[in-house]
Design a protein around this ligand. Structure first.
Ligand code: PLP
Length: 387
């Protein structure tokens, strides 16, 4: 069949491509350590699973309202009010199957062809993909190592034009683990307000943070009316396969996003939404346990990488990724990631999977056991020594 022209503008997430390559090697008998995919290796906490089972037995197996079940929207509004310090009403919440649809639907609802959208690069690849898909201009802002991979606000100001409709911010960030400071966010907010720009604030890693606190641009005066928060359950509660996320936005936009959802997937699975209430209102000990474990693994992976000659790696403050600089070897990142997979048996991603400014880096996800991380570090040490 002849595809629509717009399909040539749609990108993808290389993590799934590398995962498929790694699985093929495993089927051939090779032992691969998976440091490519961005998902917690923990099981979903028991109380959440139990509540989904109860919901299934209780008949929560039917369609629900497109914007989400009222009691879940209320729970989320309460959670956002508590964590972002801003009063939020349930009509401002749309529950979605994972966090991803929030970016897709919000951009479909707000961005015209020819509008400009500024997005982090290296950054989550779906931003650039969706911006291009809908016919807008994708304007990258480089996350520079010398700026701890944080967005440089002076550069942001220089990229704004009368056509800039949206800025995407992501903190803690994928793939670098960088975290924006309160000061960064105030400067971004000032630019957004002055130039009447919408902010899509991807806060999916807001609970996976080490030492510091999560600052949200939503908390700044003048921002709730121009901000969409993307958040969800995938990373915080180890629920990637459940598909449960949400957007927080002005109520009139929420209505339009819910309408897109009616046209696309009708609603998010009802029993999954019931489990979402249990997750937010139940004990949070498992979240703390997971973050503590990620923190230990982060320390191990940083030390191991920085002990390898010609590899250097910043200490990230959030998420579960590191983004080591491997440019000293003079090998393109895509080739480097492939060789690490085929020669060392460790699946990692090329920095360029996250945009052109990722050249010179690889991304390692440390959402794996400390035993596997140590084994992977041994293999990487041998691999880099042999280059
Ligand atoms: N935003 C970022 C920055 C991510 O890294 C991811 C997943 O990897 C998502 C959004 C999507 O999350 P979900 O699986 O809930 O759709």
């Amino acid at each position: 069949m002849k595809l629509a022209e717009r399909m040539s503008r749609l990108g993808t997430e290389t993590a799934f491509v590398v995962l498929a390559k790694a699985k093929k090697l495993e089927a051939e008998g090779k032992e691969i350590i998976h440091l490519e995919i961005g998902e917690p290796d923990f099981d979903t906490p028991r109380n959440i699973i139990d509540s989904a089972i109860d919901a299934l037995n209780g008949g929560w197996t039917h369609y629900g309202p497109s914007a989400g079940l009222p009691d879940l929207r209320e729970t989320i509004a309460g959670e956002i009010a508590r964590t972002r310090g801003v009063k939020v009403e349930p009509p401002q919440i749309v529950v979605t199957p994972g966090g991803k649809p929030v970016m897709f639907f919000a951009m479909l609802a707000l961005i015209n062809e020819g509008d400009e959208v500024i997005y982090p690069n290296p950054g989550f690849p779906i931003y650039e993909s969706v911006i291009n898909f809908i016919g807008a201009e994708s304007v990258p802002i480089q996350m520079k190592e010398e700026n701890q991979f944080r967005l440089d606000v002076d550069e942001l100001a220089s990229l704004v034009t009368p056509k800039t409709k949206m800025i995407i911010v992501n903190s803690p960030q994928n793939p670098t683990g960088s975290v924006l400071t309160g000061e960064d966010l105030r400067a971004i907010a000032e630019i957004a307000i002055k130039n009447d720009i919408i902010v899509l604030s991807d806060e999916i890693y807001s609970r996976i943070i080490y030492g510091g606190v999560h600052h949200s641009i939503y908390s700044i005066d003048g921002m709730p009316e121009r901000t969409i928060i993307l958040d969800g359950y995938s990373k915080t509660y180890a629920m990637t396969g459940w598909r449960l996320g949400y957007g927080v936005m002005p109520a009139d936009l929420a209505e339009q996003v819910a309408k897109l959802q009616t046209n696309c997937n009708s609603c998010t699975a009802s029993f999954v939404q019931k489990a979402g209430i249990a997750a937010l209102s139940g004990p949070q000990d498992d979240v703390k346990m997971m973050v503590d474990k990620f923190s230990e693994r982060r320390d191990a992976v940083i030390k191991g990488l920085n002990d390898i000659a010609n590899v250097s790696c910043l200490v990230p403050d959030g998420a579960f990724y590191v983004f080591p600089n491997v440019s000293a070897f003079g090998i393109k990142s895509a080739e480097m990631a492939d060789r690490i997979l085929y020669e060392a048996g460790v699946a990692v991603l090329s920095g360029t999977s996250f945009g052109a400014f990722g050249e010179g880096y690889i991304r390692i996800s440390y959402a794996n056991s400390i035993e596997n991380i140590n084994k992977a570090l041994d293999r990487l040490r041998t691999f880099f020594k042999g280059l």
